[in-house]
Ligand binder design. Sequence first.
Ligand code: BT5
Length: 321
Amino acid sequence: MKGKILELLKKNKGDFVSGQKISEELNVSRTAIWKYMNQLKDEGYEIESVSRKGYRLILTPDVLTYDEIKDLLKTKRIGRDILYFNSIDSTNSKAKQLASDGKGEGTVIISEEQTKGRGRLGRNWVSPKGKGVWMSIIIRPDIQPIDASKITQVTAAAVSKSILELGIKNYIKWPNDIIINNKKVCGILTEMSGELNKINYIVIGIGINVNLDENEIPNDIKDIATSLKIESGKKVSRKQLVANIFNNFEELYEELLNKNEITHSIEICKENSAVLGKEIRVIFRNKEIRGKAVDLTDEGELLIENQEGKIQKIISGEVSI
Ligand code: BT5
């Protein structure tokens, strides 16, 4: 009901809508309307109420609720159930808990801030309030656990394409970072629960530095982190970015589900690659591999050619360019 009231106010943007009209159109009591208006105000909507005139929407906040994103969505499942938080420890932790409790495919947990945002291998992820996109998508693909790392490539492709659609050129640093000017704007954390030959669920955590200014990036990561705003010089619409990601992700993910391949995602990963053709160093399971990144396989593994011309295939790791 709150969503419907909001829609009505938005349709009449700038004009008053009387309590009676809302009450008649939506079949809701005047007291209930008052209650919903207060809830909307709590979420940051500026609503003017004048007796005998009614309610008027003055300002829509930049929040990542379903009500604000839904008009931009083309998806069937991804992002159709959004759980929105003002603050949370980690959206991935919450998503894992909800997925264990049975939450379905496509559910997304979004928070305006994270107090214990996580990177890979127990690292920390800086997630200040209202400045980024900190979210996790729950999926339950019927694929082999060994193929789960493909999901990271599908996600990287979806995020990279979505940022490009906002007019900002960006590069994928295999396997899970998006970088601009050699600094990280996005990290992806894919976590899986499964058995030997069956996936229970996968949680895809996506953290994007969107509207942080330079002084909002902590000193210890200043040299390696940046934001879309810093790099493009303009404030970026988080809603549009999130909607683009859901739209692109669903399309690319369906290729995996329907055809068991990720050709389209790999194409995007190759086109926007920050590593292909470069001499790199990869640390994987405490082993260092040096060589030239020559290609990505159809499965999303990185091929590295060493000085003797020998080619090695790696499925994951920490890349330095
Ligand atoms: C990642 O780890 O890049 C995965 C980050 C995933 C974050 C999302 S946010 C929503 C969801 N919920 C979570 O709790 N997590 C996911 P990794 O490759 O290990 O990179 C972590 C390293 O990046 C840290 O050790 C820092 O050096 C650096 N770092 C921390 N915060 C950063 C930020 N906001 N931007 C850029 N770099 C950052």
